[in-house]
Write a protein that binds this ligand. Structure first.
Ligand SMILES: NC(=O)c1ccc[n+]([C@@H]2O[C@H](COP(=O)([O-])OP(=O)(O)OC[C@H]3O[C@@H](n4cnc5c(N)ncnc54)[C@H](O)[C@@H]3O)[C@@H](O)[C@H]2O)c1
Length: 316
């Protein structure tokens, strides 16, 4: 439910994450102002914002009238002065520490009394980010989303050594009010939680293919039809306990030594890099994408997340 003490959310950056966050916050009745580098980028973002709402309408999750109400909470600016009074600022600029520090310099100049300045960085250390913010250093935290954050209902949050008491809590309260599930890390770590897990799985999946144990399609089939569906309703440690600590003790003692412990990108990935086979965007990666029905693929990407849509949409 919308928090009464939040009057304005600002988002710096109108790219993939910034625009999707605007969908989320306006969809919860928060006045949301996006800072864009120029009017053209603002226009592009607004079009994408409307496309996201069209998708929600087509799915029957939002009506035309509700989408129109949500859009009333949206505004764009190309001047930092217009976000001076924001309660929360989401910094969604490029994944480049220099660019983020430039943004923080501007925020330091204009912000009046933010409750939190929140970076959505994928991988940068919150401590490195904190080096580039001065007046509001104690307000900086990272809240890492997954794309698109209006659909994927999860953020992982980490604070720096300088974050003041209460800042993380107020950001968590805001995100939870927008129906997100949030975890707060006990300390900063590359990859936070979810990408550490995901990449541990990638490492072994690649290892299975490289060792000639199975091909990529078989690995994907094994994961999709065996253990993965379970983890949308129970957690990893819930499963560990359910299957038995004793059983897992025995398995780990003979299996772990056979799993990959690679400490850099494996050969399979390096070879694809050399060939320019970057995946979907290049038409070829692990798979050949040239004949794949991309509309079907995109709809399969979103499919598991529609069930999490439970927003209390603004009524006026
Ligand atoms: N795309 C993802 O899947 C994803 C997932 C989680 C986190 N993130 C992180 O979120 C952040 C934004 O990612 P994205 O995918 O939206 O990137 P993007 O490239 O789509 O958008 C970046 C935005 O930053 C703006 N920008 C560039 N320089 C700027 C400056 N000097 N001042 C203000 N704005 C500037 C650009 O105009 C653009 O709108 C990054 O830190 C990224 O690592 C991305």
């Amino acid at each position: 439910m919308k928090l009464d003490n939040v009057n304005k959310i600002a988002i710096v950056g109108t790219g993939m994450i910034g625009t999707s966050l605007a969908v989320l916050f306006t969809g919860h009745g928060y006045k949301t102002c996006l800072y864009a580098l120029n009017a053209e980028l603002a226009e592009e973002s607004k079009n994408r914002y409307q496309e996201y709402y069209q998708e929600l309408i087509q799915k029957g999750l939002v009506t035309d009238a509700q989408a129109a109400i949500c859009e009333k909470y949206l505004s764009y600016t190309t001047s930092y002065a217009d976000i001076a009074d924001a309660d929360f600022v989401f910094e969604c600029s490029l994944e480049d520490v220099k660019v983020k520090h430039e943004v923080y310099k501007e925020l330091d100049k204009v912000l009046v009394a933010p409750k939190a300045v929140i970076s959505t960085t994928s991988a940068l250390s919150v401590e490195d980010l904190a080096d580039g913010i001065d007046k509001f250093k104690d307000k900086l935290i990272v809240a890492h989303p997954f794309f698109p954050p209006h659909l994927v209902p999860f953020f992982e949050v980490v604070k720096s050594h300088a974050t003041a008491d209460g800042v993380t809590e107020s950001a968590v309260e805001l995100l939870e009010s927008a129906d997100r599930e949030v975890v707060v890390l006990k300390k900063n770590a590359p990859g936070f939680i979810a990408n550490r897990l995901q990449h541990a799985l990638f490492r072994e999946a690649i290892n299975i293919v490289e060792q000639g144990i199975a091909d990529a399609r078989s690995v994907d089939k094994a994961a999709k039809y065996s253990f993965m569906p379970r983890y949308t309703s129970i957690g990893i440690f819930e499963h560990l306990d359910n299957s038995g600590v004793d059983l897992n003790y025995n398995i780990e003692n003979y299996l772990f030594k056979d799993l990959s412990a690679a400490d850099k990108a494996p050969k399979l990935i390096c070879d694809l890099m050399e060939q320019g086979a970057y995946g979907v965007k290049a038409g070829r990666g692990i798979y050949d994408w040239s004949d794949v029905d991309m509309d079907d693929f995109k709809s399969r990407i979103s499919a598991p997340y529609w069930s999490y849509f439970n927003w209390e949409l603004p009524e006026e």
